[in-house]
Design a protein around this ligand. Structure first.
Ligand code: SF4
Ligand code: SF4
Length: 381
């Protein structure tokens, strides 16, 4: 029997999970970009954010086997332990690409339960499904194993996160009666990344949708100066990020919008945006379209900072380089680009890439990473 968690105390808007008494907060806390100190999760700062989320009724926590190199799941286990297990939803994911065989898949799952100090996951996903990962999942009988875990109560709701074409999505949707699915969706990707088609396929199939990358790895938290000005003029008291979050959450089949928050201020701003959610009006959509048209001229690399390409065996800091480069293309400041780029250790710069191609295989955005690094290395010269 599905039960509701914390609904009475929630400030943030909640949505009902299918025909059940279960509700989810429309804002979920993605634990992939937690605050860090000296290269490690800053427990004190991150714990304050969990407290802040729980107090607002924002009680959906999304981690994964590979987030923060495995430390995110451990963080979730240690920090959430102080709350009653039935007062929050905990989600993790099966990274099939990190498994060597079917037994390894089972060992990873057991390790995840241990790391998270729990007997079950409320939501669990086959992580980052694309054609290659799906094939590996079939070879390793992963779905059969996850169905077994669901039957044993170790998984309550089973879904998948997705990074491939709408055509391939149809096949995945028809393979199993999924409880939910997670897709990349934001106003930039709605047409570019074919998110609209993905959302429509899932909605037609009656599958609730969770949203990842609503801010495209933070890139939609601040746009180009002209686009920022359009949005700020229309709503002086609203952050730029709030437009993107409201865009995703205004879709009726969206159950939860995940945000990988790194600072308490971001979380407070996001909580305010969802307390309660005000869907975008027709006028606001028009304003957003204008801002997007202005912003598109500046886009360089469609990197979301997801870090799936890392670690690079040669030590190249791929997401950091793309972040610095994108900022340069938006702000047009050559000197700050040079300063930021030169602040990276020499072995982490684009010129250290040995073109092994390992990173590009894992990039959900299908960025030709080595080519792009070569271009940036040339431009720095
Ligand atoms: S192609 Fe270059 S950046 Fe990518 S993993 Fe290999 S060395 Fe690193
Ligand atoms: S290059 Fe691709 S895999 Fe790497 S952080 Fe960016 S989007 Fe993610």
């Amino acid at each position: 029997m599905d039960r509701d968690i914390n609904a009475a105390k929630s400030q943030v808007t909640r949505r009902i999970f299918r025909d059940t008494s279960m509700t989810l907060p429309l804002l979920g806390f993605g634990l992939m970009r937690l605050p860090q100190k000296e290269g490690k999760i800053d427990y004190a700062a991150a714990e304050v954010m969990v407290e802040q989320a729980m107090q607002a009724g924002c009680n959906y926590f999304d981690t994964a086997y590979m987030y923060h190199g495995g430390e995110s799941e451990k963080f979730a286990g240690k920090v959430l332990r102080k709350y009653p297990r039935n007062s929050y939803y905990l989600t993790s994911k099966m990274a099939v690409w990190m498994a060597n065989d079917a037994d390894h898949v089972e060992r990873i799952f057991q390790e995840q339960l241990q790391r998270c100090q729990t007997d079950y996951f409320d939501f669990y996903l086959l992580h980052s499904v694309n054609e290659t990962i799906w094939k590996k999942s079939v070879d390793f009988h992963t779905l059969d194993f996850l169905k077994k875990m669901k039957a044993e109560g170790k998984i309550r709701k089973l879904g998948f996160s997705f990074h491939d074409t709408p055509e391939f999505l149809r096949m995945v949707v028809e393979s199993y009666p999924w409880d939910f699915a997670q897709i990349q969706l934001n106003y930039l990707d709605w047409e570019n990344y074919r998110s609209r088609e993905q959302y429509e396929i899932l909605t037609e199939a009656g599958i609730p949708v969770l949203i990842m990358e609503p801010l495209r790895g933070g890139a939609l938290a601040s746009l180009s100066p002209v686009a920022n000005e359009i949005l700020t003029k229309a709503a002086p008291d609203s952050s730029i990020a709030s437009w993107a979050l409201r865009y995703a959450a205004s879709l009726p089949n969206v159950l939860c919008v995940l945000s990988g928050m790194s600072q308490a201020e971001q979380m407070q701003d996001n909580i305010n945006t969802f307390s309660p959610l005000k869907p975008l009006s027709a006028q606001e959509r028009q304003t957003l379209d204008e801002a997007l048209t202005a912003h598109k001229q500046y886009l360089a690399v469609p990197c979301t900072s997801c870090r799936y390409c890392m670690p690079c065996p040669a030590g190249v800091k791929i997401p950091e380089i793309f972040g610095i480069y994108n900022q340069y293309k938006v702000m047009k400041s050559r000197s700050s680009f040079q300063n930021n780029y030169n602040a990276l250790p020499e072995e982490s710069r684009a010129s250290s890439c040995v073109n092994c191609g390992k990173c590009a295989k894992h990039c959900p955005q299908k960025i030709a990473i080595p080519d792009m690094l070569r271009k940036i290395a040339e431009e720095v010269k």
